[in-house]
Design a protein around this ligand. Structure first.
Ligand code: ZN
Length: 45
């Protein structure tokens, strides 16, 4: 699950940061840019 407001990933139905309801972590459209950023983030970790 992912918060649509702040983008925080969580397993709960509501965001633990802002308290908004979360959505399925599968975006309707997968942005190549977003994917690239996540890939670089993993490399750094
Ligand atoms: Zn949030």
């Amino acid at each position: 699950m992912k918060c649509s407001a702040c983008g925080k990933y969580t397993l709960k139905g509501t965001c633990g940061v802002c308290g908004k309801s979360t959505v399925m972590a599968l975006p309707p459209r997968y942005s190549p840019i977003d994917r690239f950023q996540k890939y670089r983030l993993k490399e750094r970790l």
